[in-house]
Design a protein around this ligand. Structure first.
Ligand SMILES: *Cc1c(COP(=O)(O)O)cnc(C)c1O
Length: 354
């Protein structure tokens, strides 16, 4: 496979990454390789160890975050691999409003006595810094899901390092196009590639990226021996989706910025949560839970569904999920803005809110 050129910008890396070597007759697009085993004495041997279709995806994502990437069966698979790096009975500092699967896994591991958790408001820098001494891992998410709180990541990662606290950053919401946590001092970045990276709501996939060779080896071992490996088909589709990440994100962010402006003035919206960038918006609606549920039932261009980051616009009342923290308001609707026409999105949302 061709080595990425470090001088290229992200748009070009997305389009050129993971292509086969340019030799006469070679395919331009990476082949989908479906084989469980390989002729003996080669580099891989058995497909739980590696697969060229994974490598094409990993090389491309790695070039975007400037680290070494590993594909996992889902975002949660990648998150579980990262948490396996915590030593026995170690302390993890984590946001109250982390992704609810992450919060659920941390709580389960805590019940089992595997580790303990200090939960913090990740947007309160002093509170996070005070929780770091003696911890083994800092788990960071910014913006958080679904409250869209913003953390001071450079300060948190720098202080974590000075306390020998290993830091992991879930970069699913921002994507490497809008935030590169390894440059800000994180040790590992984790992605749910199910969301923006693949972008078409047709697969589940996760990934880790790191510049720390020892961590990379441990994560690789976790994947190979834990056995929760991604399917080549999912990985191939994810790379195909990533080719247009910059275009999809630009359009979705433009749509979100305009919608946020209008929603901020809408009589049915009591609170707007929009960090000023990105394509996820939170709105709290007048009339509580029942009113929020009516919005979910009345939309037709928007789809009431969980998940985010696809070309199609989705919305959901987050407290539908039993794992969602009770500090998330019952009337909070999370909007994942897609790439449809802005006026169609607005008309549909406006009539559903009225
Ligand atoms: C969806 C999501 C995950 C979990 O990823 P899956 O691919 O669904 O396992 C983790 N973190 C964030 C921020 C997410 O949005």
């Amino acid at each position: 496979m061709a080595e990425p050129d470090p001088n290229l910008t992200t748009a070009t890396l997305l389009v050129t990454g993971g292509r086969p070597d340019r030799t006469p007759g070679a395919p331009v697009s990476p082949p989908l390789e479906l084989s469980s085993t390989y002729v003996a004495d080669g580099p891989v041997g058995y497909a739980r160890n590696g697969n060229p279709t994974w490598t094409a995806f990993e090389d491309t994502l790695g070039s975007l975050e400037d680290g070494r990437a590993l594909a996992f069966a889902s975002g949660m698979g990648a998150i579980a691999a990262c948490l396996s790096l915590v030593p026995h009975a170690g302390v993890v500092v984590a946001p109250h409003h982390a992704y609810n699967g992450t919060g659920g896994l941390l709580a389960a591991l805590e019940r089992q006595g595997r580790l303990s958790v200090r939960r913090v408001d990740i947007s309160d820098t002093d509170e996070v810094l005070a929780a770091l001494p003696g911890a083994a891992m800092l788990w960071a998410e910014s913006p958080t899901n679904p409250m869209l709180e913003i953390a001071d990541l450079p300060t948190l990662f720098e202080r974590a390092r000075s306390h020998s606290v290993f830091s992991v950053c879930d970069n699913t919401f921002a994507t490497p196009l809008r935030q590169r946590p390894l440059d800000l001092g994180a040790d590992v970045v984790v992605h749910s590639a199910t969301k923006y990276l693949s972008g078409h709501s047709d697969l589940l996939l996760g990934a880790t990226v790191t510049r720390d060779d020892a961590a990379h080896e441990q994560l690789h071992e976790h994947r190979t021996l834990g056995g929760a490996i991604p399917g080549p088909m999912e990985t191939w589709l994810a790379l195909r989706g990533m080719r247009t990440l910059h275009l999809r994100l630009e359009r979705a962010c433009d749509n979100a910025s305009e919608l946020a402006k209008r929603l901020g003035k809408h009589p049915a919206v009591t609170r707007l949560r929009y960090p000023g960038a990105g394509a996820v918006i939170g709105i709290e609606v007048a009339g509580g839970q029942a009113a929020a549920e009516r919005v979910e039932q009345r939309v037709s261009v928007w789809t009431p569904a969980t998940s985010l980051g696809g070309v199609e616009s989705l919305l959901e009342r987050r407290r539908r999920h039993p794992l969602e923290p009770t500090t998330v308001p019952v009337e909070l609707i999370r909007l994942s803005v897609g790439v449809e026409d802005i006026e169609d999105l607005w008309r549909d949302l406006d009539q559903a809110l009225r």
